[in-house]
Design a protein around this ligand. Structure first.
Ligand code: ADP
Ligand code: MG
Length: 294
């Protein structure tokens, strides 16, 4: 990714209402500085690792550990992050639990490398030039290829789970909270994921393959290039539409992009390219100046 992205300064994160505050110490080592983001499951803080004085990110989950810790999202995310070590996937430094300052219940947390920048949802504005979108896609496809090779499917690829490092320009995949091992799936499971980026098979609740992440990545890249969310319709309409047709691709889109995005967002998972094939296709789009002209 280069510096020509049209990025807006990130909006300030919402204040942490989860009961933690600055200077809380985790494991005698990680000292909370300030909240930097949140999603549906957790608040994320910038923190200082007192053993090295390096800055880290601490993801503190809202749900307490409870009686079945093995099913907790934090435990599952930690297992997935341990299995998938890849430069384009956020790195885990430590994990643990802390007694909640207000309620005293055991609350799980993950210590992650701090990605200095903002997630794609908060930072992107307007449309990205095709070559910048290709560079973004190359990093994300590389991260997904690593994850798929390690046996994991992310299941929730979307802009708020994509972190952009503003100094190196690198894109990193975050939030493996609902990532699943390819072997561990059953038919009729609840459809996890985020509605706007879910694949047709996630909507139908059939067993998933890694192709589900390719579909979601296709929608993310299409949104970057077009500036609009492909399936931003009312819930029932968007769900029904997606199981029968692919997203509309802008007529002015360069041919190479059109064919790649059409394949990535095919209704049929087996028609989609693998993450590694996407990476190579995006690299070839980057290398051919005529194919990336707006
Ligand atoms: N390692 C990190 N470095 C910097 N910011 C992060 C990091 N991890 C998460 N964030 C920020 O916190 C937000 C929520 O994190 P996420 O892991 O997606 O939580 P949730 O599981 O609740 O969705 C992200 O959208 C991003 O803005
Ligand atoms: Mg998230």
């Amino acid at each position: 990714m280069d510096r020509h992205f049209r990025l807006t300064p990130p909006a300030p994160p919402a204040p942490d209402t989860s009961g933690f505050s600055a200077h809380v110490l985790l494991d005698g080592r990680f000292c909370l500085d300030e909240p930097i983001g949140h999603g549906t499951a957790a608040y994320v803080w910038r923190a200082t690792d007192l053993s090295s004085l390096e800055k880290v990110a601490v993801k503190i989950f809202s749900a307490p550990l409870g009686h079945a810790p093995e099913g907790h999202e934090a435990v599952r995310e930690a297992a997935a992050l341990r299995a998938v070590e890849n430069p384009n996937v956020v790195r885990m430094i430590a994990d643990g639990t802390i007694s909640h300052p207000a309620t005293g219940v055991q609350t799980p947390y993950l210590v992650l490398e701090l990605v200095r920048g903002a997630d794609l949802r908060r930072s992107i504005c307007g449309v990205l030039p095709p070559d910048a979108a290709a560079r973004l896609g190359i990093g994300l496809a590389a991260g997904l290829a690593g994850m798929h090779a390690a046996g994991y499917i992310h299941r929730d690829v979307k802009p708020s789970n994509i972190l952009l490092d503003s100094s190196t320009g690198e894109a990193k995949i975050a939030d493996l909270g609902i990532a699943v091992n390819k072997q561990g799936q059953r038919d009729g499971q609840p459809s996890y994921g985020s509605l706007s980026y879910m694949s047709p098979e996630q909507i139908r609740r059939t067993p998933l393959t890694s192709a589900t992440d390719i579909y979601s990545l296709g929608l993310v890249l299409l949104e970057c290039l077009s500036g609009v969310r492909a399936f931003d319709l009312p819930q029932t309409e968007t769900m029904a539409a997606r199981t029968v047709r692919g997203p509309e691709l802008p007529a002015a889109m360069p041919t190479g992009w059109r064919s790649l995005l059409a394949a990535m967002t095919s209704v049929l998972p087996e028609e989609r390219p693998t993450a590694e094939q996407c990476r190579l296709a995006l690299a070839s789009l980057c290398r051919r100046p005529s194919a990336v002209a707006a």
